[in-house]
Design a binder for this molecule. Sequence first.
Ligand SMILES: [Zn+2]
Length: 418
Amino acid sequence: MPAPGENLRINPDRLWDSLMEMAKIGPGVAGGNNRQTLTDADAEGRKLFQKWCEDAGLTMAVDTMGNMFMTRPGTGPDALPVYLGSHLDTQPTGGKYDGVLGVLGGLEVIRTLNDLGIKTKHPIVVTNWTNEEGTRFAPAMLASGVFAGVHTLEEAYGKQDAEGLTFGDELRRIGWVGDEEVGARKDKMHAMFELHIEQGPILEAEGKDIGVVTHGQGLSWTQVTVTGKDSHTGSTPMPMRKNAGLGMARILNLVDEIAWSHKPHAVGAAGHIDVYPNSRNVIPGKVVFTVDFRSPDIAVIKDMEDRLKVGAKEICDETGLEVKFEKVGGFDPVTFDETCVAAVRNAAERLGYSHQNIISGAGHDACWINKVAPTAMIMCPCVNGLSHNEAEEISKDWAKAGCDVLFHAVVETAEIVE
Ligand SMILES: [Zn+2]
């Protein structure tokens, strides 16, 4: 397969300037960004991205979820497009790079191809997926999910924010309802690559420039309800207590043990806990909490779920409590496409960047797109693994390495023509 020469590089200063320019739109309160989806700031960011793309000769299409597709034509009449992109929306107290690097990195790939006068057989499409973050309108990765057929358009349009505004109305209000049917192009994709910051501490700790993402973690949410009897903390003798709080404490210890038993990739915790009646001098009569287990291996997730149920039942039997379980969410682990992953690894190798395989702990648009097209992700380190925080930071060198690898992986896949 024709691959670009080792000497070809993106322009890191131009990439960095664009990142800083985009960060001026929807500034946060502490140096980061608040460019939440379908806000005026989102619309302004989209306009700027559109202008940059059109200046680079790309043609825009927008679908009914507001996903933006900016196309550079290829020379092959029947060659399917290679996609690259991520998201421009941010958390309310988000950083300048989460998502944005993948979109503007995609634009930088196009600008570099233009500089070098390189033509490709396959068209290249830079994409901005709407509402990846899911903070304003849950769930996350909403528009790539509709695109991939995971949710329906009607479901998505009906999602409400905290003020009761709907996704559909807000998308219309900011003027970004396109006329292309969402998902219409999902069977006509050659491949998709997403460059993203790691949002974790591994690459920086290992001193690696590039994470070659092989899998995305699967997720399982089990809501556990432990019921005992609320009674006075002072006057109830120890043998007569039915302390749901104690049951929960022991179960959470078990959750920790279960996750450790599947090291290094599995994780487990309860992030959401409700205690009833939540009063200083009442022994909790009921506790409801959600156990979050994650692993790249579906069998491990299943094992963790099963051991939670058996173990929690034992604990509750011993402590005179009742326990109920309800699966309230989850998605299967993702295995990214071997050929696309190899293109990323080869590119890092060819360019002399240090790299290692990595598993994405967070969800990404690429996880849904992988259902409909061969997909891979490239990760670059971020300082202290910090993300979803205004202090999120990366170095220009890391951005450069990530974008160089994106460039080479995309061009290898899109095939250079003379
Ligand atoms: Zn992101």
